[in-house]
Design a protein around this ligand. Structure first.
Ligand code: DP6
Length: 348
């Protein structure tokens, strides 16, 4: 892992950061502590490269309240969560100065493409810089987790494991890089089947599953074994083993969603068509590809580089697939200067 500390910005209380979403292969769905946003189990993800969030945070003694502009629009629904995350960093810096946050995604927001992961990772890195806080990556991950559990993983690049931790204060519920993007250069194809915002967000959805799905306890109890399998697959660069455990974890999580009452159904018929196509490509045609789906209708296909073009073309051909995005794995969240030049590299 590359050493990474957020460098101070001494002249202006401004920080700009860039972060990418990550896609969980071993999924996170459930919390052991809602207030501190502690996950009930660990998870394992890959950070993407070409989907990104860019966030600028400015503190000014003249601001009377926090403001959030998401893709150029004042975004009130997300402001409460953003403000709570800013409060954590304000407390660490000993200030109560208000902030203006401008953030932009180059991909659809809140449609199951992990915009909260890149969003909160970028927010924490930019805010720490603006407030002159020199924080270690694990501390940035801990802070990002309190914004959104999956954001803890986007602090790092490549293959990342999120630890559930056992401490009541959540100090050990942080992510850790396992291997870099260049260590195992897999690629991801995203089949976008809808750009609509999801109707039930992950936070509410996982609480609803914990409260109502009879499968929830078995799901949580099964994650440690999946993590061990996935960790070993990454260490051995064993694609088949990673494919098996990732598809199993995804389908188990969706079984918990389906079995919640009322049911959470993030899939559409288009989602299922993409899953079926990926299964054919892997099982019938022998391509290096597997699927995963999060809390939305998009399907992500993780591919061996040699097969990525065939997979992208096959998914793009399906009726109802609006667009196909293709990306290698990328780095963790990092600072950029005001002129958008990157100034610090993230972990792994
Ligand atoms: C299905 O990280 O969005 O994408 O911690 O409540 O913000 P909060 O949830 P969030 O949940 C992600 C759920 C998932 C699976 C995953 O990314 O592991």
């Amino acid at each position: 892992m590359t050493a990474f500390a957020v460098s101070a910005m001494s002249t202006a209380a401004v920080g700009v950061a860039h972060a990418q979403p990550n896609i969980a292969l071993v999924k996170y769905w459930g919390k052991r502590d809602v207030r501190l946003n502690l996950p009930a189990a660990g998870s394992l993800s890959v950070t993407l490269k070409d989907l990104w969030t860019r966030t600028r945070v400015e503190f000014d003694a003249g601001f009377h309240h926090d403001a959030l502009l998401l893709d150029g629009r004042e975004d009130h629904p997300a402001l409460r969560r953003v403000g709570a995350c800013l409060d954590l960093l304000r407390a660490a810096a000993g200030t109560d100065c208000r902030a203006r946050v401008e953030t932009h995604n180059n991909f659809p927001t809140a449609a199951g493409l992990a915009s909260s992961a890149s969003g909160f990772a970028a927010l924490v890195v930019a805010t720490a810089a603006a407030l002159d806080l020199d924080l270690e990556p694990a501390e940035l991950s801990r802070l990002a987790r309190q914004g959104s559990g999956s954001a803890a993983r986007s602090i790092f690049g490549g293959f990342v494991e999120m630890h559930a931790g056992s401490r009541a204060d959540g100090a050990d519920a942080v992510a850790e890089p396992l291997a870099s993007a260049s260590d195992w250069p897999l690629e991801v194809v995203v089949a976008v089947t809808s750009r609509a915002r999801k109707t039930t967000g992950s936070t509410d959805g996982m609480q609803h599953s914990a409260d109502t799905s009879p499968f929830y306890p078995a799901w949580v109890a099964s994650v440690d074994d999946d993590l061990a399998e996935a960790r070993q697959a990454v260490a051995r660069r064993d694609f088949e083993a990673l494919a098996d455990v990732s598809e199993a974890s995804c389908l188990k999580m969706h079984a918990v969603m389906f079995s919640s009452r009322p049911a959470l159904m993030y899939w559409s018929d288009r989602t299922l068509a993409c899953i079926e196509r990926v299964r054919q490509l892997r099982q019938r045609d022998g391509l290096g590809v597997f699927f995963t789906v999060d809390a939305g209708p998009q399907v992500k296909a993780v591919c061996q580089p040699a097969d990525v073009a065939t997979v992208a073309a096959a998914l793009a051909d399906l009726p109802g697939v609006e667009r196909v995005l293709r990306t290698p794995l990328g780095e963790g969240a990092r600072l950029v200067d005001a002129g958008s030049q990157e100034t610090a590299g993230g972990g792994a």
